[in-house]
Ligand binder design. Structure first.
Ligand code: AHR
Length: 305
């Protein structure tokens, strides 16, 4: 009898769980790996939530497919970090029609605000501004800059570029001489930096990379070309992952602007709140810092990602 009842309770408890369907961008960077881990750990530590996780391999059509499958399965809440900014309205309307609330993490969408509950994530424009301000000061307002952009059409690529340009436009001798997407990956970052070096060679004074992984790829390209990253070419990038701190300790990267991927605990609280009928503002920002080479050694051991 005891076994029968405990089985029954287990079924009821399982039915009571909030089912969260999460569609992740992919595994393109150290940042993304930390973000995925943070979400999985936070859910694993919360007895109220069950996670259905799907990896979109950096393709919007895979995310749309995953979201449609979450709708078909009747999950309680859908969350995703959109690969690109546009093209979400139809699928968000489908979720709304099915009565499933959507929580955005990390990146925004261009769709109407009424189609999602909230966005928890970084201020990418501000990150771009911080990178621009650091570079303007480090180069005394004078440099030929090459720029490695993130995934074309993604919120961080659009906003970081805009923020960076907002600052450097005040310095007539800071010029972006080449700009191209490296899709947020190390391998593409290296490949594109090789092409920049082939075209511009020692004419390049500085690199602005939209994330650390592309900067790390570019560092390899610069070394293979025979120049010293961090000295011959000053480098500022964004994320603040451990790989960036290692590069700073080696003197190869000059500055990283933090973009915090540890969104899991906040997401779990929001998901439970949504189910419990709580109200949320449309945007929930994440606190972030900026780190330069001279701080790298001291701060490294405290880094969580
Ligand atoms: O959306 C956040 C960005 O996506 C991170 O800066 C980058 O590393 C990741 O791939």
């Amino acid at each position: 009898i005891f076994l029968m009842f405990s089985g029954l309770f287990a079924t009821v408890a399982a039915q009571d769980k909030i089912v969260l369907g999460f569609s992740q961008v992919g595994a393109e960077s150290e940042w993304r790996t930390a973000n995925t881990e943070s979400i999985k750990n936070a859910v694993a530590n919360d007895p109220r939530i069950e996670l259905k996780f799907s990896d979109a391999q950096q393709k919007q059509q895979n995310q749309i497919k995953a979201i449609r499958s979450f709708i078909a399965q009747g999950v309680d809440v859908i969350s995703f970090s959109p690969v690109v900014q546009t093209g979400w309205t139809t699928v968000l309307e489908e979720a709304k029609a099915a009565g499933i609330p959507v929580v955005l993490t990390d990146r925004k969408v261009d769709s109407d605000e009424s189609l999602y509950v909230t966005l928890v994530g970084s201020d990418f424009v501000e990150e771009g501004r911080k990178a621009g301000a650091w570079l303007a000061q480090a180069m005394n307002g004078q440099a030929n800059i090459v720029e490695l952009q993130g995934t074309v059409g993604s919120a961080p690529a659009i906003d970081r570029k805009a923020g960076f340009e907002q600052i450097i436009q005040h310095f007539p001798n800071l010029k972006i001489i080449r700009t191209q997407s490296g899709d947020f990956t190390r391998s593409k970052g290296k490949e594109v930096m090789e092409s920049f070096l082939k075209a511009e060679g020692e004419n390049i004074d500085a690199l602005f990379s939209h994330n650390d992984d592309m900067a790390i790829g570019a560092i390899q390209a610069i070394e293979e070309y025979g120049l010293k990253p961090g000295e011959d070419i000053k480098i500022v990038s964004i994320d603040g992952v451990r790989g960036a701190f290692e590069a700073m300790i080696q003197g190869k990267l000059n500055c990283t602007v933090e973009c915090n991927p540890l969104l899991g605990p906040q997401l779990v609280e929001i998901v439970k709140g949504v189910v419990d009928g709580k109200e949320f503002p449309k945007y929930i920002p994440v606190k972030e810092n900026i780190y330069v080479q001279s701080q790298a050694k001291e701060v490294f051991s405290e880094r969580k990602y």
